[in-house]
Design a protein around this ligand. Structure first.
Ligand code: ADP
Length: 531
């Protein structure tokens, strides 16, 4: 398991970091020194061993052994100061002969001092140069002004170089400190939120996750996770039973560059402790716009999913229990209506009972439809049927309601239109659209039904001059239990189920339904079915 931002080693700065070790520093210094001496000797500047350069050359290997052998990490950090200071001293000693050492070599230990100890290191480098190069140089050159100025110049270069690197390193340290601080703040924030967060790189490797997500991972992968998207575990579909395939896993899909919201799944093997999650994914892009990884959020929706299930079971049960007595009420009311012995005023009242009982029956049917399917596609029974006849029948059935609502109902008739469809379900579509159009149109308005077709499509259009629908509401119109505020305020009867069922029926026939509407002017619902 990884914390946020802990996935990879930093790519830059490895050279300087490699040199931070005193042994390695001494190795590089020795190499530079030997190269310098080699070049001098090659080009004729010979010196004996019993002189400054000779002592210096013999000291270099000794110092290398010290540099490599001493366990610097176990000593006080400042002990390592000995090495660069000794190196500067060696350079000073090597210059105690005309053929002696190269003063500029002191820049290297000075750089190292500046890098390791900042300004303090730079001051040490400057002081060591003055002590070991300038002072002996002044004595040795016996007041030669040019040589003295040259040595002073070397000391100046050494000091400035060490200061510059010290300053640079200070800035790097401040920046690194800020970045580290920001990382900790982000980690604290991510751990505080109740949503599981996961970061992936472009290969699907996990680069970070918060504590909440670690809990989800422990449920889904009790035997551990390799930290790469697509690993199979106790992860199930929305139904809670079907194990998810690799290609369906949210992290795998996000690695393929997909973005999504509210992908539902269950995680965990034990029914008592498993959780339902709603997952969202967003792609992370590099400066050039290339896919660089993905961020995923896992929200725990267990309570919501369980409540949904209980609600659907409850609706199914209640609807079923209500349907049976209602059927006998409608049957007996019908018998009474047709009974000649019932007085005329009672027959009028019986018709009201009949109409309302039918409305209840439709509502219960809608509730049952919605609850029983639980999001699965609407089953349909196709057979050859005349769509024109279905529409005419629906319009005629709706006419008495339209008349009593003072709404004019117009049908532009068409010839026979044979299609393979579920006649009962398609009649339900026409009934729903017609009943809505009449319900939401003021007296004096019109409802027009049109049926048209070409070689590929059949179009049914139900237009009204009613209250209309707000554009924002149009987007949610086909979701379960949605009703516009306007409809609720006008106390028009309805449960907000008709259009969602209508949409399901149309889509299960391979068609689609659209709406165009303007508040105060009316709405047009269009159903397009393939021939
Ligand atoms: P309801 O039983 O409430 O009518 P529907 O699913 O059929 O349920 O419709 C959902 C909502 O859409 C309605 O409550 C109403 O707000 C709005 N609506 C549907 N048809 C129309 C229409 N023709 N004119 C205005 N609003 C409509």
């Amino acid at each position: 398991m990884v914390g946020l931002g802990e996935g990879r080693a930093p790519a830059r700065g490895w050279t300087l970091a490699w040199l931070a070790d005193p042994g390695r520093f001494q190795l590089v210094f020795t190499a530079l020194y030997v190269i310098d001496v080699g070049v001098r000797v090659t080009f004729g500047s010979w010196f004996g061993l019993v002189c400054g350069p000779g002592f210096a050359l013999m000291s270099v290997p000794l110092l290398l052994v010290v540099g490599l052998a001493v366990p610097w990490d176990r000593l006080a950090p400042r002990m390592a100061l000995v090495l660069p200071v000794a190196d500067i001293a060696i350079i000073g000693v090597s210059r105690l002969a005309p053929e002696g050492g190269n003063g500029l070599l002191a820049v290297f230990p000075a750089l190292w001092l500046g890098r390791q100890w900042g300004r303090f290191g730079a001051v040490v480098a400057g002081a060591a140069t003055v002590l070991f190069l300038v002072v002996p140089g002044a004595i040795y050159t016996d007041g030669d002004a040019v040589l003295l100025v040259r040595t002073l110049f070397i000391a100046l270069v050494v000091l400035v170089t060490a200061l510059v690197i010290a300053d640079g390193m200070d800035q790097v340290r401040v920046q690194a400190g800020t970045i580290e601080h920001q990382r900790r703040v982000s980690q604290a924030i991510f751990d505080t939120v109740d949503v599981g967060l996961l970061l992936l790189d472009r290969d699907g490797q996990y680069v970070g996750m918060n504590r909440r997500h670690q809990e989800f991972m422990a449920l889904g992968y009790p035997d551990g996770h390799a930290g790469r998207a697509g690993q199979l575990g106790y992860v199930f579909d929305e139904d809670g039973r079907t194990p998810m395939l690799r290609e369906q896993m949210p992290a795998y899909r996000a690695t393929a560059g997909e973005e999504f919201d509210d992908l539902r799944m269950w995680i965990g093997a034990d029914p008592a402790s498993r959780r339902a999650l709603s997952v969202s994914a967003r792609v992370v892009r590099s400066d050039s716009g290339a896919f660089a990884g993905a961020a995923l959020g896992y929200t725990d929706v267990t309570d919501f999913m369980r409540a949904l299930r209980v609600k659907d079971e409850f609706i199914a049960l209640v609807s079923h229990e209500l349907r049976t007595p209602l059927t006998s009420i409608v049957g007996y009311v019908q018998i009474l209506e047709e009974d000649g012995a019932v007085p005329a005023h009672a027959v009028d009242q019986l018709r009201v009972v009949h109409r309302n009982a039918e409305r209840l029956r439709r509502l219960i049917g809608d509730l049952l439809d919605t609850a029983q399917r639980d999001g699965s596609p609407m089953p349909i029974n196709r057979s050859s049927a005349d769509l024109s006849a279905i529409v005419v029948e629906s319009v005629e059935a709706a006419r008495p309601v339209a008349d009593s609502a003072g709404v004019e109902l117009v049908l532009s008739a068409t010839d026979e239109l044979r299609l393979s469809l579920d006649a009962q379900r398609i009649a339900q579509v026409v009934d729903n659209l017609l009943s809505n159009a009449i319900k939401y149109t003021e007296p004096g308005g019109h409802v027009t039904v049109q049926l048209g077709s070409d070689e590929r499509w059949v179009d049914l259009q139900v237009a009204d001059t009613g209250i209309g629908i707000d554009p924002d509401d149009c987007l949610r119109l086909f979701t379960r239990f949605f009703r516009t505020e306007d409809a609720a305020r006008r106390a028009v009867a309805g449960a907000g189920l008709g259009l969602s069922i209508t949409k399901d029926i149309v889509e299960s026939h391979g068609g689609r339904i659209t709406v165009e509407s303007e508040v105060g002017r009316g709405s047009v619902f269009r159903v397009r079915l393939p021939r």
